[in-house]
Design a protein around this ligand. Sequence first.
Ligand code: SF4
Length: 263
Amino acid sequence: MSTTKKSITRKSLIYKTNVEYGDYTVNHVQGCAHGCEYPCYAYLMAKRFGKIASYEEWIEPAIVNNALELLDKEIPKHKDKITSLHLCFTTDPFMYNYTDICELSIEIIKKINTHNVSCSVLTKGVLPKNLASLSQKNIYGITLISLDESFRERMEPHSAPYEKRIESLKELHDKGCRTWVSIEPYPTPNIVKQDFLPILESISFVDKIIFGRLNYNREVTAYNQRDVFYNTLAKQTVDFCNDRNIAYYIKHGTIKPAKDKAQ
Ligand code: SF4
């Protein structure tokens, strides 16, 4: 277990996101120790806008030390406009093995719920059991793009093992919580050879599945059959969800008219 060695002070915390399935969001940490190598879009943006200088700096997370005070001021201003507050789009609220970040995330969710606003949560860490005692309107999710641990060690090097993520999600589901999975950014077969159905089956208990392609990656661009591949998997996701009465969302740009040449 670790705690963050750096902290920052912010002027504001709640903002409206442009992410297509998002509403309002809070990102109460700068950087992310998971260090995903897809690459991570949040890392690319933080580097581009001069918030961090390097990957090494990105994977040393800095906690926002005035997050709770900011929420006290900002929730009353925004709460009537918020359908659901998302944690997080540019960091991970349950960063694996970071006790202080996990504890702060729970405090944030509690505070938001006190104002009768629900939260959606997404992590590549382990969802704590005590989330089950918070508002039943919240929805808890994990990212799952593989079941292959050697792939995880290569692409999501410091995140939680897949089995631990799924177990923590199932435990919340079994306690009556709403759950979801983001199968995004899904890799092409030239990055990892794997069967898609076992991934879907491993999370067949959830309430919602989001599926999306991998972008900003040279290996995907080099894979000539990528459109056929993503179209097939998107359809498989839709069929799987329809058969089991699971809600689904296919991210924009994942399904495309297939004009790939055979390799
Ligand atoms: S978990 Fe999310 S924010 Fe963290 S490095 Fe991976 S993609 Fe980026």
